[in-house]
Design a protein around this ligand. Structure first.
Ligand code: SF4
Length: 353
């Protein structure tokens, strides 16, 4: 059984509850080597019609958070604490039967690799029609008509004919469009997109991102968009949450976080991004070191072993005291607000160009 503990109320300073409201979420996995604390004390909200971009390196807890929202963890090895409320419905304590009703209906997911979501044995049209028939009680004929309609909406030419094709008869970009059609077929309130364009070339990626934005306008869904690419976030999201080692370290609107980032880890991410106008022969500046083991995460600030600014904080607070994320526009770092502004303006921004 999944171990579940409900948290009483919301932690202070997480703002008003959104359409999706996550409070003090912790996810731990039992492994042969010990307990992995994959997500630790995470709180955030997403409003209807808005896109939250979650960014961070591999292992930062982005994907685990979203699989938890969808209730897709192995119940025998996972312990979940905290609260996930979607449109008033608590998901952490929901039964598998209740989650089955929600998945593909109220909440849908677009994966990085369409081949993991599309079966090679059934036509694309059938695979789009099935969740619609299951959740709405529509007939086969109605389901098929809806599948053709959705393929048309996501820009597949000649959808009535192409609905009869199998996934291998589609190009990579078309398969991604088909998966988006499948995710949106029941008009979900929340769409979770996990690196949905990483495997695609740049032109197709831009087309898919534009398509998602158009469909969000039409369907009014809330979107949680996971990526390691701040450029994609800048294009897609309204709000950003930066994650490191299972926790959020910075959040704000896209404009706030990208124009005036306040956390040393966000500075590192920005600094390690290739830029169109940069000297292509110059090496990128990756963040030194690697993300910590979540079996035994560092004490205090989890970023402290990699942080170039910890000597600016008085005493050994960075090593002993865990910085907390405050309300709304906030970063979890012991530097003062003045230090964050000055360091960014004088030391980081000139490097970013
Ligand atoms: Fe760096 Fe200290 Fe801020 Fe952590 S709390 S990001 S170690 S300055």
């Amino acid at each position: 059984m999944t171990t579940v503990t409900k948290t009483e109320g919301a932690p202070a300073g997480t703002g008003p509850e959104g359409f999706l409201s996550v409070r003090d979420l912790s996810v731990r996995f039992a492994t042969e080597d010990g307990v992995v604390r994959a997500v630790d004390g995470l709180s955030f909200d997403v409003e209807r019609g808005r896109t939250l971009g979650i960014v961070g390196e591999s292992g930062s807890g982005k994907s685990v958070t979203n699989l938890t929202i969808l209730g897709l963890h192995n119940p025998r090895t996972t312990t979940i604490d905290g609260e996930i409320v979607l449109d008033g419905k608590e998901l952490v304590t929901a039964t598998e039967k209740e989650m089955e009703k929600l998945r593909g209906n109220k909440v849908a997911m677009i994966f990085q690799d369409p081949l993991t979501a599309l079966s090679p044995y059934y036509t694309v049209g059938r695979q789009i029609a099935e969740p619609f028939m299951k959740h709405t009680g529509a007939s086969k004929k109605e389901g098929w008509a809806r599948a053709v309609e959705m393929l048309g909406k996501v820009g597949i030419p000649n959808p009535a004919q192409r609905a009869k094709d199998y996934p291998h008869q589609f190009s990579g970009g078309m398969r991604q469009r088909a998966m988006i059609a499948m995710a949106l077929v029941c008009d979900p309130d929340l769409l979770i997109a996990d690196e949905p364009t990483t495997a695609l070339d740049v032109t197709v990626q831009a087309q898919i991102l534009d398509l998602l934005k158009d469909l969000q306008q039409e369907f009014g869904s809330a979107i949680v968009f996971i990526t390691h690419d701040l450029g994609v976030i800048a294009d897609m999201a309204d709000d950003i949450m930066v994650m490191y080692a299972g926790s959020a370290v910075e959040r704000g609107t896209v404009d706030e976080v990208l124009r005036a980032p306040r956390h040393p880890y966000t500075w590192g991410l920005l600094n390690s991004m290739p830029r169109l106008d940069s000297d292509l022969s110059a090496p990128l500046a990756p963040i030194p070191g690697s993300p910590p083991s979540l079996l035994s995460p560092p004490s205090g600030c989890r970023f402290h072993p990699r942080c170039a600014f910890r000597d600016r904080v008085a005493g050994d607070r960075c090593v002993t005291e865990r910085p907390l994320l405050g309300p709304d526009r906030s970063s979890a770092c012991h530097l003062t607000a003045e230090q964050k502004r000055t360091i960014f303006a004088e030391e980081i921004k000139p490097r970013l160009g």
